[in-house]
Design a protein around this ligand. Structure first.
Ligand SMILES: N[C@@H](CCC(=O)N[C@@H](CS)C(=O)NCC(=O)O)C(=O)O
Length: 210
């Protein structure tokens, strides 16, 4: 069988999700480091976003589609359960994180620090402050969601968790979000526990911008 090629820079949370899927399932893969809108990624994503994937004749983009393909194609533990209701729970949390949490916590907040657009090349405090109330609300929701079982969906580690962990890894390191995570007792215990997984450790990204 052809080897899986994951295309995208390792700092991307979405690239890390598909790499973690490979790691959890024991699927060997090559990572082709490519930035958004580079020729390598434009060849597989109509809007130039990372990640992309090639596997033999199969060419895909979008992290959820790639993870689903990997889960259905390869053996190893299921990252999306077979049971329809449990699978839907996973989809639900992937969707919530990608449509609500990622836009606030990564696009608005984190990127204000990584690509500073304020005066004198400093982070834009206005953009950061503006994100904080929604972030607190989202931390509260996530804290409650993992309180019962220690997982976002069901009673095992799934794509829902893999989709959130790379985001928490960045948030832990920044001042306001780091405080919010620390105060979210269930979520910080969840993060500490799942950060011990080899799939998380083996995909630690280099610092942003490298
Ligand atoms: N829905 C996409 C989102 C991918 C995405 O937004 N990737 C970011 C990097 S983390 C990117 O390529 N950004 C460049 C851009 O939006 O132009 C997925 O799940 O793969």
């Amino acid at each position: 069988m052809a080897k899986v090629e994951i295309i995208g820079m390792p700092q991307s949370t979405f690239v890390r999700v598909v790499r973690m899927t490979c790691e959890e399932k024991g699927v060997p893969y090559d990572l082709t480091a490519a930035r958004p809108h580079s020729p390598e990624i434009n060849a597989v994503h109509p809007f130039g976003k990372v990640p992309g994937m090639r596997h033999g004749d199969v060419e895909l983009c979008e992290s959820k589609a790639i993870a689903t393909y990997l889960d259905r194609t390869f053996g190893g533990p299921k990252v999306i359960p077979e049971d329809p209701a449990q699978a839907a729970q996973v989809e639900q949390w992937v969707s919530i994180v990608n449509t609500v949490v990622d836009p606030t916590m990564i696009r608005q907040y984190l990127l204000s620090y990584i690509f500073p657009k304020g005066a004198d090349g400093k982070p834009d405090r206005k953009a950061i402050e503006a994100a904080l109330p929604a972030m607190q609300q989202q931390f509260d929701v996530l804290d409650k969601a993992v309180a019962g079982t220690g997982y976002l969906a069901g009673k095992s580690y799934t794509l829902a968790d893999m989709n959130l962990m790379p985001i928490l890894a960045y948030l832990e390191r920044l001042p306001e979000s780091g405080e919010m995570l620390k105060k979210s007792k269930n979520l910080s215990a969840y993060f500490a526990r799942h950060a011990e997984r080899p799939s998380f450790k083996n995909t630690t990204p280099p610092p942003p911008g490298q």
